[in-house]
Design a protein around this ligand. Structure first.
Ligand SMILES: O=C(O)c1ccccc1NCC(=O)[C@H](O)[C@H](O)COP(=O)(O)O
Length: 490
């Protein structure tokens, strides 16, 4: 097994290094170093996705990636292109890394530097500091609770930070209990090398809000990073797709732009496999199902499972295709029913579209999207009571029918709401008006139902046209950087 092999090799190498340079000497060297760079500052502001760019020549899962890579030149390009932290492999056998790379890179850049290795002994933490590292990697899978705590303590005593890496909810609980401040969720299983791009979604909701969350591995495309914006991570750790890129600055700009300046799209009121296929192919980020019985879009929970199973794009996604998240929409339903349906279908988010109070939202065991409508300026104050306890706010047109009416609301009030919170804009959106809506409101996301229907039935052409128009408008927005800065919440 790979992990056992690498840990065994690490022990052998370590025993030799301890003979060559005893612990007391490496400790002294560590303590002689100038103070480490501030890693937490590098992840500020928290509502942006920052980049940890990795220097690696090879990996056990992919073999030789970039044998001729110049570590220092590459790290400088990373920094100049917007990376907030540089990760440097120091493991020599499986990743072709080296301590010399770390020290040389530390001297060449001004951002913090992470020692990426298989750390199992305090000696390696002192070593990391002696070589210039500001941060170390601690992998839960190779450490027991006591080791994790001890190594975190050594790092803290040296004023270094640790990226504590987890691969499961269980490990995430262990990292939290050990007091990890920066938690990395690695999509790559270190035993089988299998990728689970959805791991971050499943683990994110049990991680406390005050931690810095890093998504690790398998981050290549626009769609990959648009998902990260949905899971509220503070950083992405990217190696392979950078070192193999023909144009690293362009690739970094693409990753940062799509992680921080895209508009999420929710297609709501779905009930047929063909429309789910179209929404997925067109790049929808969320699929909505209406569980409000009076609505003509009502769908029984069991039927949702059937239509998803009948959707080819959902059950057999193309290589590299990212599946949207599932949202259940409820109106004044009781919490037990909502939680039971969420578990039955595997919903990722719950949208509450009625008069639900902030206290009620807290009874839901999924992240909540609370729909609110704005009639006048004073209504903006109501948003504050929901903001901290819900995942997102959805601003919809005020109507007696709750939602899905095809009527547009007051976009000026929505614009003010978008300046305070990450909002989804809903109500009367169509392929024709959505560019103006994005431009005027600058919402975090969009929710559409009637505008992608013909005669009260979803229309594949309209779904595709809507999403294409959103992506087109985004390009215009991204090319006007001064607008991006105005809307830092997106
Ligand atoms: O769509 C419905 O029938 C519905 C019924 C009751 C509560 C909410 C409902 N829809 C919620 C949505 O998320 C809609 O997508 C949103 O209101 C926008 O609708 P539309 O104006 O039709 O685009």
């Amino acid at each position: 097994m790979f992990l056992d092999r690498i840990v065994n090799q690490t022990r052998i190498d370590l025993a030799q290094r301890k003979i060559d340079l005893p612990l007391e000497q490496i400790k002294r060297q560590a303590l002689e170093q100038p103070s480490p760079r501030d890693v937490l500052e590098a992840f500020d502001p928290r509502d942006r996705v920052h980049l940890i760019a990795e220097v690696k020549r090879a990996s056990p899962s992919k073999g030789l990636l970039a044998p001729d890579l110049d570590p220092v030149a590459t790290a400088k390009i990373y920094e100049q292109s917007g990376a907030s932290v540089i990760s440097v492999l120091t493991e020599p056998h499986f990743f072709l890394g080296s301590p010399e790379y770390l020290t040389a890179i530390k001297n060449a850049v001004s951002v913090p530097v992470l020692r990426k290795d298989f750390i199992i002994d305090e000696y390696q933490v002192y070593e990391a500091r002696a070589w210039g590292a500001d941060m170390i990697l601690l992998i839960c899978a190779i450490l027991d609770d006591q080791q994790l705590r001890d190594l975190l303590n050594v790092a803290t005593s040296l004023r270094m930070r640790a990226l504590v890496e987890v691969h499961s909810q269980d490990e995430a609980q262990r990292a939290i209990a050990a007091g990890a401040v920066i938690i990395g969720v690695n999509s790559r299983n270190l035993t089988t090398f299998e990728m689970n791009p959805y791991l971050i979604r499943d683990i994110r909701r049990i991680l406390p809000e005050d931690r810095v969350i890093v998504a690790e591995s398998g981050i290549h495309s626009e769609a990959d990073v648009r998902r990260l914006a949905r899971y509220d991570v503070q950083a992405m750790l990217v190696g392979e797709s950078l070192v193999v890129s023909k144009n690293i600055p362009d690739h970094i700009q693409m990753l940062l732009r799509h992680a921080n300046h895209t508009t999420q799209v929710k297609i709501c009121g779905l009930s047929e496999p063909e429309h789910i296929d179209t929404a997925i192919e067109a790049g929808a980020d969320m699929l909505g199902f209406i569980f409000h019985k009076p609505s003509h879009r009502y769908i029984q929970p069991e039927r949702v499972l059937e239509v998803l199973a009948a959707s080819q794009s959902y059950t057999q996604p193309r290589q590299g295709q990212v599946l949207p998240d599932l949202v259940g929409v409820f109106v004044n339903e009781d919490a037990d029913t909502i939680n039971a349906i969420a578990d039955q279908i595997g919903l990722h988010y719950i949208q509450l579209h009625g008069d639900e109070t902030p206290e009620f939202c807290q009874q839901i065991n999924r992240p909540v999207i609370k729909a609110l409508s704005l009639r006048q300026l004073e209504d903006l104050e109501r948003l504050a009571s929901y903001r901290d306890i819900t995942w997102r706010l959805l601003i919809d047109t005020p109507t007696p029918d709750w939602g899905g009416t095809g009527r547009t609301g007051d976009w000026e009030l929505a614009r003010l709401a978008a300046q305070q919170s990450k909002i989804l804009l809903a109500g009367g959106l169509t392929a024709e008006n959505v560019a103006t809506a994005i431009d005027q409101v600058q919402p975090w996301g969009l929710d559409v139902s009637s505008g992608v229907e013909t005669e009260r039935r979803k229309d594949s052409q309209k779904i595709a046209a809507f999403i294409a128009q959103v992506r087109q408008s985004e390009k215009g927005q991204q090319e006007a950087p001064e607008r991006q800065e105005e809307s830092s919440l997106r």
